[in-house]
Write a protein that binds this ligand. Structure first.
Ligand code: BGC
Length: 713
């Protein structure tokens, strides 16, 4: 971290009101460099800004590389009437040029070292482009796979998501050390965006305060505690008030409860959009509401720039209110070294050396290996090294495997499956309709030992503004699967995509692997996994539903007063008439080439108090010859509480390396903090009572033991 030789107070003293207000606006680079390719996720409107205003803006959204950053910063400083350099922020979500697995895949690793690594390498590369702040990680809890943005998050569980967020923030900032090869982080989208009704992006969010405090807020808090410097507000309303101008979120929770000094920034054009929401009658009211709620920076809109000066002149807003915000912004610029070197980081030579270097690609491969989830396997996998493969389907020779939100990633850099499996292929085709295959081609598929069918969604079907109401595989791929099932002797399905999809129709495959989008080293990792050089070890961070009508379906639900029981005489139970309650694949599920058996679950005591630690032990046997990772998961259930507790809650997990034909004893500790819960006021509650501990390799398959917790009251 750079030692401040200047103070924000002194800098502010030298600035005019207009210059200070400018700091509160972020603009895309094309306001300066007309030719730049702009990273915009919204529509570009005319912001009605004059040149003088443009040279007061405090930060830039998105950048093309080091050359562009240096040129822009120089042009800005030459033309500005003040001396405050621009901050450069960008959507580096799962890699700058070396692309890591998409966040939902990173979460599947159940290994915080993986998002840490993704953050670390992304930061090293982004730094060379002159990027100071990344808009990542996304902390939004996701329970609805129709929502396209589930790809950017860490799934349905509050604990897993929080651990992933924490690790990624630490990776970007190098454990908060900052300096060379690091970036600051802006966590997003505060708050509750993942609960958009019907999974439709930008839609209404109607969340209970209980669920908000218990499920949705903790991951943002963990991001802040891990050292995030900014918080982006979400597009949605909460309690009818857009998050961008929501005093409960920005003041009561962020400042008063969490005591956070993080800078708040609106999402793209969101301050302007509060008028469209119907929460402000015009931009004047939007400016007042934004400032009063605690919104520091607006992104790609000009509400503050065009209204605040007048509001100060009229005495509606005090200049002090603006100074307090600008002080925070300048402090961050000082912390990131901009007053020592406004071009900090940007270095074309370094960029060339680092991006897509062997080391970075190797690390992306490690991440890809751990992020893939094996869903089915009747023994066909791992493949024998001399196997003859027919590789077909839309992803057979496609290099588009890096997924959405990889602005700087380029498909051409990467190897396709056809290239990675070259030595074993007898036939390759991208065609996805059985009618398009000749008799001769079908015979080739049939004569191969294994048919590898690479199906899935295109990257453009998930991400922002890409919600789907039907989450089957697109383009009749399921029909294609059924036709090929008749032809292929042995069928292994690879599924690419950014969300849990409906895969029940594919269960007759001999093996099925959820590949998500694995990034730059996707094909190499899939090769090694299928041939058993490494065993799959990913577990699902989101339940895969049986049909869309089940959504939301998540493992940590309540019991209800009428829980479903098989073969009950009572028909008035909580169930559907046409589908089971359980998902197709539950949270925490994922197969391995190891054969695991859990045994001998032991608790150190039958009763503990607030001061005690409960030690939990389990024996894990690997009965196969494969040495591999297993994710050991610990859940609890608090049977009785003033506020009903979920039937299971993940409290700990460990990714354990276990050699073939060995046993390992795995330990966990539970403390009082693990037994506390949030009530609807966001207060933590601790009650006496009986608690179950579950340990196993999936949320639906665990050993169980009970203990008593005694608060002494
Ligand atoms: C997205 C954000 C993103 C921002 C800047 C918005 O539309 O919601 O996640 O960081 O654009 O590109």
């Amino acid at each position: 971290m750079t030692k401040p030789s200047v103070s924000s107070k002194e800098i502010i003293k030298k600035m005019s009101l207009k210059e200070k207000i400018g700091q509160m606006t972020q603009l895309p680079p094309n306001f300066y460099l007309g030719r730049t390719k702009v990273e915009v996720s919204g529509t570009q409107r005319n912001l009605n800004l004059n040149e003088e205003q443009v040279y007061t803006a405090g930060s830039i959204l998105g950048i093309g590389g080091p050359g562009e950053m240096i040129e822009l910063q120089k042009m800005y400083l030459d033309n500005a009437t003040h001396e405050v350099p621009l901050l450069f922020m960008a959507d580096v979500i799962h890699g700058y040029k070396t692309i890591f697995p998409v966040p939902i895949a990173l979460a599947s690793s159940f290994n915080p070292n993986i998002p840490f690594l993704a953050g670390r390498i992304s930061a090293k590369e982004a730094y060379t482009a002159g990027i100071h702040i990344v808009f990542s990680p996304m902390c939004d809890l996701t329970r609805d796979p129709r929502w396209g943005r589930v790809v950017e998050g860490f799934g349905e569980d509050v604990y897993l998501a929080g651990e992933m967020v924490k690790a990624m923030v630490k990776g970007y900032t190098n454990n908060g050390l900052f300096g060379e090869g690091t970036v600051a982080t802006c966590i997003k989208h505060f708050a509750g965006y993942g609960a958009s009704e019907g999974g439709r992006d930008y839609n209404t969010v109607d969340l209970s305060r209980l669920s908000l405090h218990r499920d949705y807020l903790p991951a943002y808090k963990k991001g802040l505690d891990a050292g995030a410097d900014l918080v982006m507000t979400s597009f949605n309303t909460l309690d009818g008030v857009p998050a961008t101008i929501n005093p409960f979120l920005l003041k009561t929770v962020l400042r008063d409860k969490w005591l956070s000094k993080a800078i708040t920034i609106a999402d793209y054009d969101a301050l302007n959009q509060v008028v469209t929401h119907g929460a402000a009658k015009d931009q004047v009211e939007a400016a007042i509401k934004g400032l009063r709620a605690g919104l520091d920076i607006e992104m790609a809109s000009s509400v503050y720039m065009n209204q605040l000066e007048m509001l100060v002149d009229e005495g509606v807003v005090k200049e002090d209110e603006i100074d307090r915000v600008v002080e925070r912004i300048i402090d961050l610029k000082i912390k990131l070294g901009l007053f020592t070197n406004p071009y900090s980081g940007a270095d074309a030579k370094k960029e060339e050396e680092l991006v897509l270097s062997k080391d970075h690609l190797d690390k992306a491969k490690i991440a890809a290996l751990e992020s893939t989830v094996l869903l089915e396997n009747n023994g066909v996998l791992p493949l024998n090294k001399n196997v003859k493969i027919a590789l077909i389907g839309p992803y057979a020779s496609s290099r588009s495997v890096i997924g959405p939100w990889s602005w700087h990633g380029k498909h051409d850099y990467h190897t396709s499956l056809a290239e990675a499996f070259m030595n074993n292929l007898t036939f390759v085709s991208n065609k996805t309709s059985i009618e398009d295959y000749s008799q001769e081609e079908l015979e080739l598929i049939n004569s191969a030992d294994v048919c590898l069918l690479a199906l899935g969604e295109d990257a453009s079907l998930s991400g922002e503004a890409h919600s789907r109401s039907d989450i089957h595989l697109p383009d009749n791929q399921e029909d294609f699967y059924h036709s090929i099932r008749q032809v292929a002797k042995s069928l292994v399905v690879l599924v690419f995509g950014g969300r849990p999809m409906l895969l029940a129709g594919l269960k007759s495959a001999d093996a099925m692997m959820m590949c998500w989008f694995l990034g730059s080293s996707s094909s190499e990792a899939i090769h090694d996994l299928l041939f058993g050089l490494v065993s799959p070890s990913g577990k699902l961070p989101m339940s895969f539903p049986r049909n869309v009508g089940q959504i939301p379906v998540y493992y940590n639900h309540f019991n209800t007063g009428r829980p479903y029981q098989e073969n009950s005489y009572n028909m008035y139970l909580s169930k559907y008439l046409d589908v089971e309650n359980s998902p197709l694949y539950p949270f925490g599920y994922g197969l391995s080439y190891g054969e695991f058996r859990y045994d001998n679950l032991q608790l150190s005591s039958e009763i503990i108090t607030e001061k005690d630690t409960l030690k939990v032990q389990v024996d894990l046997y690997n009965n196969s010859d494969f040495s591999c990772y297993e994710v050991v998961q610990l859940y609890i259930r608090d049977y009785v509480a003033d506020i009903v507790r979920p039937v299971k809650e993940l409290k700990k997990f460990k990714k354990i390396w276990i050699a073939g034909k060995t046993k390992k004893t795995v330990d966990f500790e539970l403390l009082k903090d693990d037994l506390e819960y949030y009530n609807q006021d966001g207060l933590t509650v601790l009650e006496s009572g009986k608690i179950a501990v579950f340990v196993g390799g999936s949320s639906d398959n665990c050993l169980k033991a009970d203990f008593e917790f005694d608060t002494g009251e």
